[in-house]
Design a protein around this ligand. Structure first.
Ligand code: CIR
Length: 368
């Protein structure tokens, strides 16, 4: 038996939030008004005719287009502005989801999901340890028979958490660890874990508007392997965010650890999956492999030569985010560089692109 130790206290340490405003809203047959200046993909692709044709549809779990686009309606600076409320949302709202997916993932109708998630052996891109601070690879996964996190009801969240804990108990010795339920923590302990980046914070205003923060912190938690190199977030933006990470540049070790974790969990959890779209996620940006593989890398010279950095990044299908992730600034020349592609490419291709791209970036930094 694995030596995992699990602890959940039943009594919530925080006051419950007011009753959830569950998105079972009535379809509004008039065209929704996006805020002035909105140029999100949903604002671009949702024509009045398309809205009228989809406005009365309800997915298998009762999700509606009005609920799906709440975040884009509320936040003019949304880049996408739509979330899926369950796996069926991708089929129900396909007339608007498909153009958004093609636009964001830059794929055509012959490119679909590519499987391949097998161990790799890559050279160390930063043998002197001068540039890469840390490596982190995560995948999003959702259970196919439960609504996704912007539409899930409180009782279903609890059921999901219990199911995930049972699956985590099956992890092999090297990945075993502890599950920490946020409900069991005082506000002070929870804040301390967030500051140490061991727990995830409540969602941002985009996630808030989508309904992803409902009932927080109910049934949210993190699993941490004993060495903290393998982690699972439960009930954040997706049912599960499964990740491997370490300080340093060993991309193969991190990827291979993630493969082992997925191999151990997958037989016990039926994930939402579509042969064309791959693994289905709350945000359509994450479908396909649902994988983000990235490094935190210090680039003091390339920070002053952003055109050069941008060119290398684009050539290797990578993207730059701020030090704190999506929509944050770059601090002390530490960039978060990760794959730009998730759909129409395999997980193994992604890790190879990251390896060659990061090697090219380090070479350019040395030569400046
Ligand atoms: C937006 O539309 O700008 C936000 N919903 C975030 C989109 C990026 N997706 C993500 O971080 N999962």
């Amino acid at each position: 038996m694995p030596s995992a130790r699990f602890w959940i206290k039943s009594r919530p340490a925080w006051p419950e939030e007011s009753p959830p405003s569950h998105p079972g809203m009535k379809a509004d047959p008039s065209q929704p008004r996006f805020p002035a200046g909105a140029n999100s993909l949903i604002a671009t692709h949702l024509s009045p005719d398309l809205y009228r044709s989809l406005a009365r549809i309800r997915s298998k779990s009762g999700f509606t287009l009005d609920a799906a686009i709440r975040s884009g309606l509320k936040n003019p600076d949304s880049s996408i502005g739509i979330y899926a409320g369950d796996s069926d949302s991708y089929a129900c709202f396909a007339p608007v989801m498909t153009p958004i997916i093609r636009d964001y993932h830059k794929i055509n109708d012959t490119q679909g999901h590519l499987e391949q998630f097998t161990p790799v052996h890559l050279s160390n891109p930063d043998p002197e340890g001068r540039y890469i601070r840390s490596t982190r690879i995560r995948v999003a996964r959702n259970l196919k028979d439960l609504p996704f996190c912007c539409h899930i009801r409180a009782g279903e969240r609890v059921k999901l958490e219990k199911r995930v804990i049972r699956a985590l108990e099956k992890l092999p010795e090297g990945l075993a660890g502890d599950y920490i339920s946020f409900n069991s923590l005082s506000q002070k302990d929870y804040t301390g874990l967030v500051q140490k980046k061991l727990a995830f914070p409540k969602g941002d205003r985009f996630q808030e508007a989508a309904g992803l923060n409902r009932d927080f912190p109910l049934a949210r938690g993190v699993f941490l392997s004993h060495d903290k190199g393998f982690r699972v977030w439960v009930n954040e933006e997706d049912h599960l965010r499964i990740m491997a990470l370490e300080s340093g540049p060993d991309l193969s070790a991190v990827f291979n650890r993630l493969c082992s974790g997925l191999d151990a969990l997958s037989p016990h959890l039926a994930f939402a999956f579509d042969p064309e779209l791959g693994f289905l996620s709350s945000c359509p940006t994450n479908i396909g492999t649902a994988m983000r593989a990235g490094v935190h890398i210090r680039l003091k010279k390339l920070e002053q030569a952003r055109d050069t950095l941008n060119r290398i990044v684009a050539r290797h299908h990578l993207q730059i985010r701020g030090t704190g992730g999506e929509k944050t600034a770059v601090n002390q020349s530490v960039f978060d560089i990760s794959n730009a592609r998730r759909l129409g490419v395999s997980a193994n291709d992604i890790i190879r692109d990251l390896h060659t791209g990061i090697s090219a970036i380090i070479e350019a930094e040395k030569n400046l």
